[in-house]
Design a protein around this ligand. Sequence first.
Ligand SMILES: [Zn+2]
Ligand SMILES: [Zn+2]
Length: 642
Amino acid sequence: MLQITITLPDGSQEQYPSGITAAEIAFKLSKRLAAAAVAAKINDKLIDLNTKLEQDAKFEIVTFDSEEGKEVYRHTASHAMAHAVKKLFPEAKLTIGPSIESGFYYDFDTPHPLVPEDLERIGAEMQKIIDADLPLSHREVSKDEAIKIFEERGEDYKVEMLHEMPDEIVSLYQQDDFIDLCLGPHLPSTGKLKAVKLLSVAGAYWRGDESRQMLQRIYGTAYNKKADLELHLKRIEEAEKRDHRKLGRELDFFSLHEEHAGPGLVYWHPKGAIVRRIVEDFWKDEHIKRGYQLVMIPHIAKSDLWYTSGHYDFYRENMYTMQIDRQEYVLKPMNCPGHILIYKTKVHSYRELPIRYAELGTVYRYERSGVLHGMFRVRGFTQDDAHIFCTPEQLPSELVGVIDLMDYLLRGFGYEKYEIELSVRDPENKDKYMGSDEDWERAENALAGALNQRNLSYKRMEGEAVFYGPKIDVKLVDALGHSWQGPTIQFDFNLPGRFDVNYVGPDNKEHEVVMVHRTVLGSMERFIGGLIEYYSGALPLWLSPVQAKILTITDEQIDYAQQVVTQLIEAGLRTEADIRSEKLGFKIREAQLEKIPYMLVVGNREASSGQVAVRLRNGEDLGPMNVSDFIKLAADEISKKK
Ligand SMILES: [Zn+2]
Ligand SMILES: [Zn+2]
């Protein structure tokens, strides 16, 4: 029999008869490994465990512990789920079912929207399919044959996808009577799925396109150990408690009006607007202290401006346009061209540089409705934007300044942990990028130098830079360990040339400026949404829209309560009073739900002694104190931004 040579990841080689399957090799290598195997790789390509090997190859077993292993595992779960849906709702039509971060989903066109009870039934049916341990078989057929198969089964979406495929041969997977169009790989049988849970159902447009059919997306997750699934479900529960969409509604911070006003557009209610004003004031004050100048620009500009900037060519699908006086205008997706126009109204000498223009600039960017998410992914948002125009010599100190500011602001908001990535050019593909070698080296060194000077560790991301310059990305790490996009510092070798942005040097000649775009908080929407989740809605005192609430015990203290309110407001504390004739316990619970930092209880004793009994939102009781002492305590806490 013909022998083939398999090279394992450690470099060792084994001989096996040609035609041996990946699963059989795994079994020969180790029984434990064979039990844990979910797929294999030959020459770095993922394959099914029952694939036969007929040639010499590099070989690797893939287990659930790797990202790829999890994908195969969870994607197989999506097949099992789709199978269950087809059994319960034969008229449902299949679309796609990928694995996603920490789970999977499958989109179906169903005659009726699915409800939570359906989810339970689907979950139970899916368990039967898992218990039946159905093998998944793979075959390749011609595209025409596949079209015929799916037409007969009424799977219109699969037929649509097939028509768009360039390939002549396509790949099908089947378990029992369930057939899916899929490249694989998958687990060898449904029984390999150990711990599966369906989580939720939501509407999703076919291909994320609002003009297409609304589908039903079922989310689920799968683990190879019950305990890990339980742990994951606990984390989801915790994340749901912190979800800014839920808390934002409960705390009356903001709303979205998808039906009436359009998706991805945030309406800030009075309490949310207070938080935003505090964030903005802090931001503006710190910028002014550090030599930034505040500017403001209009929200629309003729498309000519966006042709010059290049956005019209490479960012067109994200831009909103409108016709005014037979002229096309663009709702600004970026603030940069506007700031450049302001810079260019004068000739600037090198002595005036650096010039730092800052703006809380609202921008609008089209995003597919499928990716929108509360305040995190929206279509209209206010960036905390700034552009630095400087000379090459000033670059290093400018970057240190930005990192300093970033660090100061983030710590001010209580973020202690963040991860930094430095995206640099792909050294193998230098012609993909704008700007000279010298520009790139200088910029990359300046970015790395600034991080080193501040002793900040970072990950160097080779080839991750955009074509017009290297950048620093900072990811904030939230309480659940998820990271999300925070500050960015982006070099630009593109716009200064396109707009002819210059300064006059000591040699009396014009030189192109060095331009840096930077944002520290990202956007007001995402940042404040993030703060809500980070603090589970219990914002620190300096950020809380209501800092103290006076709670009367009986109607006898109404006058006194109002006196205290006036006193606190005069001292600059955002204060309210609850003078309803409700039970004190009820008032306390409500104030706790509103996450109000200080509850000041007043009864007859407090009224006669000029005191308040101080309670914290976590239930802690600080006892009675003089109003003036409470004001001091609160002022001290606010000044420390605690
Ligand atoms: Zn598949
Ligand atoms: Zn910019």
